[in-house]
Design a protein around this ligand. Sequence first.
Ligand code: NAD
Ligand code: UFG
Length: 335
Amino acid sequence: MAILVTGGAGYIGTHTCIELIRAGYEVIVYDNFSNSSPEAVRRTEEIVGQKITLIEGDILDKARMQKVFAENKIDSVIHFAGLKAVGESVGIPVKYYHNNITGTLLLLEVMQEYGVKKIVFSSSATVYGMNNPVPFVEDMPTSATNPYGWTKQMIEQILKDVYVSDPEWSIVLLRYFNPLGAHESGTIGENPNGIPNNLMPYITQVAVGKREILTVFGDDYDTPDGTGVRDYIHVMDLADGHVQAVKYAERHTGVEAVNLGTGKGFSVLEVIHTFETVNGVKVNYRIAERRPGDIASCYADVEKAKRLFNWETKKTLEDMCRDSWNWQSKNPEGY
Ligand code: NAD
Ligand code: UFG
C-alpha cells in the first residue's frame, strides 16, 4: 500500500518515512525542497536500506499532483508540506496562507478526483491558543494568534467540513507538541535555515560553537523555575505515532484530532541542564525578556492517542538531548 508523503523530505517527514517503511508501507515523497534537500531523502534511504520514490513537486502545482495520483496507486496521504515559522508568518502572511491553505485545498481536490479519502494532517498544539488550562485535551476550544497558527486552525476546519460532506473520508488531525531529537544514526535531523527559532536547534548550535549564547525567553512565568514549560517529544516516537494514525485511518472513517506528546512538561532550564549532563558539554545562556506570543506551559493530555492508536511515547528527554547532539555534532553545517 502506497502512502503519499507531502513534505516528506523535511524533519518530521524523513523520520516518519523510516517508520512507515519498517511497518511495510511503500512511500512516495512529494516535496518542493523549499525547506529541505534531496540529500535528506538519500540519507533516509541509507538508513532503511532501500530506494524511496522521491518526486520534486509543489502542492501548489495541481497538474503535477494529478500526474502523481494517476501514475501511482495511492492509498493514503500524510500531509506534512507547509511553511512552519511562526515569526516569519507574521511578516509574510499571504505567502503562508497561500502555501499552506491553497496547497492543502489543491491536494484535497486531487484526492477527491482520484477517490483517495484517507489523510493524516500535521496540525500543532498551537491551536490550543493562549487561554486553555494544561493539559490540553482535544475537545478544548481552539484559536490562533499568528498566521501560521491560523493556517493549522483553518485546515482543521476545512478537513472537518470535508468529512461532513462525505462520510467515507478518514481524517486524522495530529496535534504535535514539541518534536526534538533525531534518528539514532545521527545522519538525519532538524536542519533549520539561518538563526533557529526553536529551543533545541539553538542549544545544539551554541554547544557546537556556531552561536555564542542562548537567550532564555523569560524566567518569571508561573512555572516551577519560572521558565517556559513544553511537552517535548522524540521525533522517532512522533514518527511511530504517524504509522499508528495511518493504521487507524485504514480501519475507521471519521475525523479525529489527536495529541501527539508525552504528557509531561519540562522547563527551558531543565532542557538545558539535561542536555549538558547527558552530553558533557556546556551551553552558555542568559536570561532575557519573554518572547511575545509565548505561553507559560504547554503539555498534552495523551489519553486519546493511547485509546485510539494504542500508542504512547517510549523515549526520554535524555534520549532527545543525546540524539539531537549526535546529529548536530556529526553535521555541524547540516546537510
Ligand atoms: P520541515 O520544514 O522540515 O518540513 C516541511 C516540508 O514541506 C519541507 O521539506 C518543505 O520543503 C516542504 N514544503 C513546504 N511547502 C511545500 C510546498 N508548497 N510543496 C511541497 N513541499 C513543501 O518541517 P517539519 O518540522 O518536518 O514539519 C512538518 C509539518 O509539521 C509542518 O506542516 C509543520 O507545520 C508541522 N508541525 C511542526 C512542528 C515542529 O515543531 N517541527 C510542530 C507542529 C507542527
Ligand atoms: N526558548 C528560549 N530560547 C530560544 C528558543 C526558545 O528560551 O532561543 C523557549 C521558549 O520561550 C519556549 C520553549 O523554549 O518556552 C520552546 O520554544 P520553541 O520555540 O522551541 O517552541 P514553541 O513551543 O514556542 O513552538 C513550537 C513550534 C511551533 C508550534 C508550537 C506549538 O515551533 O510551530 O510549538 O505546537 F506552533
